[in-house]
Write a protein that binds this ligand. Structure first.
Ligand SMILES: [Zn+2]
Length: 339
């Protein structure tokens, strides 16, 4: 087998930590995929989406089936299925020889369930989404119905910032579930873009909250350069080049910066719920190690990345609990001053 070192396509929402990995899907794998694409079959198994364009695109097809986008989708779906079934064949062969699993196009061999590529990561992404939804909902109820209001507005100065945070979190977990269901060019771009958006936005929030940026003009001053960078980075990934290594660096710097800001702030602010902040920061940092010590899926289902998605579920609960504590704490402080 020819071992070719390829740039890791990465797996997951910000890509893989290891920028280089050995992909053992060498010559035999490639010829299997090429043959599959041209013939549309592997042995007995055939894929209808591989026989595209030859039918000349009937005029009676609905508009969305005439579009080049639809053809592109079909082609990448064909490539996806060919790679998957070639991989299954190859892994079966390797297993019978007593060999360890290897990565294929930067991904571990997973067992598909109901056509879902990584069923466990899909389920965990949905659970993360639900956790964010319930956290956000209880935050909303707390501020609108439980805490005092002044002329229909909350005393808490960061209400809208957390609402946007909630929306961007839901958005990124939604696309994470879609991406882990089926990894094609489009779903990958959507997932990576929304991951960068929430990561960059939460960096902005961490600065606003810890430096108590409350003045509208000051908020614009802080947010504008970061928003400009995030928007440029997302457009770069989508329309210029999907640079996995560079994206990884951007993600790591943005994640590290906010962990640092929260840690220092928790230390100096004497916030009554600072232990929650510390717990989330430390446990979140430890969970990131799972992304570094990448291991193959157990029984074809649970890999390091899936465990990482599992770890963020309880942390999300604690995080929203901290946000609610902060709202209560700030509101109490501000209403005391009013009285
Ligand atoms: Zn993921």
């Amino acid at each position: 087998v020819v071992d070719d070192v390829v740039l890791d396509i990465g797996e997951g929402d910000c890509g893989s930590w290891s920028s280089l990995s050995k992909d053992e899907d060498g010559n035999s794998g490639r010829s299997c995929v090429n043959q599959c694409i041209s013939s549309g079959c592997i042995g007995e198994k055939c894929f209808p989406q591989c026989n595209s364009s030859s039918d000349g695109g009937s005029v009676h097809n609905p508009w969305y089936m005439q579009e080049p986008l639809y053809l592109k989708w079909k082609q990448s779906d064909c490539l996806n299925d060919c790679r998957y079934y070639c991989m299954i064949d190859r892994e079966r062969e390797r297993q019978s020889l007593g060999l360890e699993p290897v990565k294929y196009h930067g991904k571990w061999p997973f067992t598909r369930v109901l056509g879902l590529q990584e069923p466990v990561s899909v389920a965990l992404s949905i659970l993360n989404l639900l956790m964010h939804f319930s956290g956000w909902l209880s935050f909303y109820i707390l501020l609108q119905y439980k805490l005092p209001l002044k002329q229909d507005e909350t005393y808490y100065e960061y209400t809208n910032l957390w609402h946007i945070y909630g929306f961007l979190s839901l958005n990124s977990w939604f696309w994470s579930a879609v991406f882990h269901s089926r990894d094609i060019d489009l779903t990958e771009k959507l997932d990576y873009s929304s991951a960068v958006a929430i990561l960059g936005y939460s960096l902005i929030v961490s600065i606003m909250r810890s430096f108590r940026v409350r003045d509208e003009a000051a908020r614009v001053m802080v947010a504008a350069p970061l928003l400009a960078f995030i928007a440029t980075h997302i457009m770069y990934l989508n329309y210029y080049k999907m640079d996995y290594g560079w994206n990884m660096q951007v993600c790591v710097v943005m994640a590290f910066a906010q962990l640092l800001i929260w840690t220092i702030w928790a230390g100096v602010s004497h916030h009554p719920s600072r232990w929650k902040l510390w717990f989330v920061v430390i446990a979140g940092g430890l969970a990131m190690l799972l992304e570094i010590y990448d291991f193959p899926p157990y029984e074809g289902f649970v890999d390091a990345h899936a465990l990482w998605h599992a770890s963020t579920i309880p942390l999300t609960y604690l995080w929203w609990s901290f946000i609610k504590d902060d709202a209560i704490y700030r509101t109490a402080d501000l209403t005391k001053k009013v009285k």
